[in-house]
Design a protein around this ligand. Structure first.
Ligand SMILES: N[C@@H](CCC(=O)N[C@@H](CS)C(=O)NCC(=O)O)C(=O)O
Length: 197
């Protein structure tokens, strides 16, 4: 039994929901946006971040680790293929951008003025540097040079959708990233997990 703690708007939670969907694994989503779900999350995870998961009663933290555990249940699935270093680097860079923008998003929601905090300026610049690098890596093709849908594309498309959804970064300025996003949008796993306010 797989319980995923998280919200329907978090890009990291969406990644594991998409992986479960692609693998045909049933999950129960425990919505942590309300008090009850938040209390359950805090009962099981000392860092209170989503996603967290309970897989057959075992606590699993972080989207990368949850993904690994889910893929371990379907080792022959196309998505479970080993990643190249280029793909792993791409995921690290995408996550660097996403973490920076999530940080800015939360602080902006709390009324912190980004103009007055040089670190928040750096967070924005880091995101831009990361996305420019990803755009360059994409060229005309796929991230990491692999033609098949994989975890790097998944990371990129969930991040790009979240950037649009929250208006945190002008991702539409990157045509290669948008082409990747549009390919991913054709998949049922993406269509059924679109973030909604
Ligand atoms: N490295 C973590 C990042 C997870 C993360 O940052 N989640 C955000 C939501 S998208 C969160 O729970 N933030 C809550 C907080 O910072 O208090 C993962 O991949 O699971």
């Amino acid at each position: 039994m797989i319980r995923i703690y998280g919200t329907t708007t978090s890009p990291y939670v969406r990644r594991v929901r998409i992986v479960a969907h692609e693998l045909g694994l049933p999950i129960t989503l425990v919505d942590t946006s309300g008090d009850q779900g938040q209390a359950e999350l805090r009962d099981c995870s000392p860092i209170w971040k989503v996603p967290a998961a309970s897989v057959d009663g075992e606590l699993v933290l972080d989207s990368r680790v949850i993904t690994e555990v889910l893929l371990g249940r379907a080792p022959d699935a196309p998505l479970a293929r080993p990643l190249s270093i280029a793909e792993r680097n791409a995921i690290t860079v995408i996550d660097g951008a996403l973490d920076s923008l999530i940080n800015r998003f939360y602080l902006a929601r709390d009324g912190v003025d980004a103009q007055r905090a040089p670190y928040l300026h750096k967070q924005r610049e880091r995101a831009e540097s990361a996305m420019r690098w990803i755009e360059e890596q994409l060229g005309d093709g796929r991230l990491g040079g692999d033609e098949r849908f994989g975890l790097a594309e998944l990371a990129l498309a969930t991040t790009a959708d979240w950037m649009r959804f929250r208006g945190t970064y002008p991702v539409d300025d990157h045509p290669g990233i948008i082409a990747c996003l549009e390919r991913c949008h054709q998949r049922e796993s993406f269509a059924s997990t679109r973030p909604q306010a």
